[in-house]
Design a protein around this ligand. Structure first.
Ligand code: ADP
Length: 226
């Protein structure tokens, strides 16, 4: 089996983080931890966290750093992750979250942070067409539909447009991305932890680029992460 890994994937909304994280989680046999999926599940289950999160999520606003990091650190302590590692998607989203994550992971830091780069004009087109499974979060689009109507190929769930994929919420999320998340790219770059990968083209081609970047980094570290 391939060696595990401890990765963060960054990128604008619609850059393909969810799709790429799923492929990478299969390739490296590590758990995909998506804060967006965890929060959507909490909303669906009407937990205390979900009730707090719903309004902010629908409007494309961020939840508080402490709340998010408590949710993430609890998940990262589970045994599947301790054994093989993780691919973190949707977190960190602020420099404060990145600092809290590094403190939590110390003394063993992240292996690599991958930034998937896609021009804004293209992510806007992708988001308008994006559809997701309400049950497992699998991604589809108007041009890559499920095989049968709008029923998920993976789990049979209903495939719909996300509530926060309205024009207003998308533009707010992209604005917050530029203000709060883009600075993370410089932050990780200055720590020597960043690899930037072009996110345009077929999803399989993007996965290959990411795997190449990870393997290059692993080889530079003498074949080992962590
Ligand atoms: P996207 O990347 O398309 O905005 P996600 O599925 O990653 O969507 O997240 C959906 C929403 O969940 C965000 O708009 C935000 O409200 C909340 N959220 C997810 N991750 C975080 C985080 N790390 N910090 C704060 N809020 C978050």
């Amino acid at each position: 089996m391939a060696a595990g890994a401890r990765l963060v994937v960054l990128g604008k909304q619609g850059a393909g983080k969810g799709t790429q994280c799923l492929s990478l989680s299969h390739h490296y046999v590590v758990t995909h931890v998506s804060t967006g999926d965890m929060l959507r599940e909490a909303v669906k289950q009407s937990t205390a966290l979900g009730l707090k999160a719903k309004e902010l999520m629908d409007h494309g606003e961020l939840l508080g750093d402490d709340l998010i990091m408590e949710m993430v650190s609890t998940r990262l302590e589970e045994s599947d992750i301790k054994d093989r590692g993780f691919i973190l998607d949707g977190c960190p989203r602020t420099v404060e979250q990145a600092k809290m994550l590094a403190d939590f992971l110390a003394p063993v830091d992240l292996d690599l942070v991958i930034d998937i780069e896609v021009p804004t004009s293209q992510v806007l087109r992708r988001l308008a067409s994006r559809r997701v499974c309400v049950d497992c979060g699998a991604n589809y689009s108007l041009t890559a539909r499920p095989l049968i109507n709008w029923t998920c190929d993976v789990c049979g769930g209903e495939v719909v447009q996300r509530v926060d994929d309205t024009e207003e919420a998308i533009s707010r999320r992209l604005e917050i991305y530029e203000l709060q998340t883009a600075p993370l790219i410089d932050w990780y770059q200055s720590r020597g932890q960043l690899a930037q990968v072009t996110g345009t083209g077929a999803p399989e081609a993007v996965t290959k680029r990411i795997v190449r970047a990870i393997e290059e980094r692993r080889n530079r570290k003498g074949g080992r992460f962590s």
